[in-house]
Design a protein around this ligand. Structure first.
Ligand code: NAG
Length: 382
């Protein structure tokens, strides 16, 4: 299901395109990517020097990646090359979206409508599906490498895709045509986010930079330079005035969307920041780190309000409840935890998964939690 536990290499042999899959079933967030690549290369001569770096980035990304959901259904991308749609209430499978020729790595509903699904794959294509029938409307072709992130714009007229080919692309949902290629990054585009009115897109890259794009023209508006490590996540706040970025350099930065100026650096984490997000009101920022803690910051004063301590492993994902009073974290310690934002007290430990949890989300109402784990299951908590 949500398991993203391998890499499929494509290579040419005798004029034929062949694939070779490498299982990474033992991959954990604690795994040292450098060491793992060295280990893989010993048994896989296909991985040349130039591919090795790419594989390392894939591994790092695999250590972070999560699923997404809508109000009543959630979707999971898989190593088995399918995307599945599940009913949140019953936990039953509604559809299996089959057609990709490689790992389905990035998935999204066109919330708040919820009638379309986009899937991004290591097969370099993005597919647009009908959420109700499971029918494929379009296959978007054009990226030269794996697609690793995607999002619908708020109007649900465009899909943005980010790729290992260092570009992002915009696609027209109605016509299935490519609208723009956003070029400028010099390394993989690993995260992207539209602002809430859909006028700008922000992309985060392994080149350590973040770029703000004008969606209508496809032009680069600002390049946000300052992080000293790969960008793990990017997000606009509700009123589109600020962007928060998390980085492997152990910090988060806040940037003014209009000027592209860095207004604050959020420090305190002792290891890489693996995820960062605003609450819906934009008052708080939550951060998740490889140091096993999550933090909540005042988005105005940039002061760390509370450190959420208790997990026994890396935290790869953090999110606020829709009401903003709770924070949910997912960890390699096989638990997800629910925290009170004000006091920092852990209210609940969600135990049951038998392997690391990569993903956690609230439903729209905030009364249901879905977690996805490397144990091949998703669990629904009420
Ligand atoms: C953030 O700090 C400002 C200024 O001290 C304060 O007015 C505001 O209430 C704080 N917000 C939160 C969410 O703590």
């Amino acid at each position: 299901m949500l398991l993203l536990s391998g890499i499929i290499l494509e290579y040419k042999k005798g004029g034929l395109l062949r694939t070779k899959s490498i299982d990474l079933l033992d991959l954990t967030p604690e795994t040292n990517p450098e060491e793992l690549v060295a280990e893989i290369r010993q048994s896989e001569p296909l991985i040349t020097e130039s591919r090795a770096d790419q594989v390392k980035h894939l591994i790092i990304r695999l250590q972070q990646k999560q699923g997404q959901q809508d109000h009543h259904r959630f979707i999971t991308g898989s190593y088995d090359r399918t995307c599945r749609v599940w009913d949140t209430a019953s936990g039953t499978e509604l559809h299996t979206l089959e057609g990709h020729r490689n790992v389905v790595y990035a998935i999204a509903f066109n919330n708040p409508y919820g009638d379309k699904i986009a899937t991004g794959s290591f097969d370099k294509t993005c597919k647009l599906w009908c959420a109700d029938s499971g029918k494929c409307f379009y296959t978007f072709r054009g990226h030269m490498a794996e697609i690793v992130c995607l999002a619908f714009n708020p109007q649900s007229t465009l899909v943005a895709t980010g790729s290992m080919d260092a570009t992002a692309k915009l696609w027209d949902v109605e016509t299935g045509e490519e609208v723009a290629t956003l070029t400028g990054h010099t390394a993989e585009v690993l995260s992207l986010c539209f602002n809430t009115v859909g006028s700008q897109l922000v992309t985060g890259s392994f080149d350590h930079t973040v770029v703000i794009w004008d969606v209508a023209s496809g032009r680069r508006v600002h390049t946000l330079i300052g992080h000293r490590g790969e960008i793990s996540n990017v997000q606009f706040n509700w009123d589109c005035s600020l962007i928060v970025t998390g980085s492997m350099d152990k910090t988060c930065k806040l940037w003014e969307a209009v000027s592209g100026k860095c207004v604050a650096t959020l420090v305190g984490h002792k290891e890489e920041v693996l995820d960062v997000c605003f609450d819906l009101s934009g008052q708080f920022i939550a951060t998740a780190s490889a140091d096993g803690t999550a933090r909540v910051f005042n988005a105005t004063t940039h002061e760390c309000l509370v450190t959420l301590e208790g997990h026994d492993g890396e935290i790869s994902k953090v999110c606020f409840s829709p009401q903003g009073s709770r924070v949910l974290t997912a960890s390699s310690d096989k638990t997800a935890r629910l925290w009170d934002v004000q006091s920092g007290v852990c209210l609940q430990v969600l135990e049951g998964h038998t392997d690391e949890i990569f993903s956690c989300v609230f439903n729209y109402e905030g009364d249901t939690i879905i977690t996805g784990s490397k144990d091949n299951t998703c669990r629904i908590w009420y």
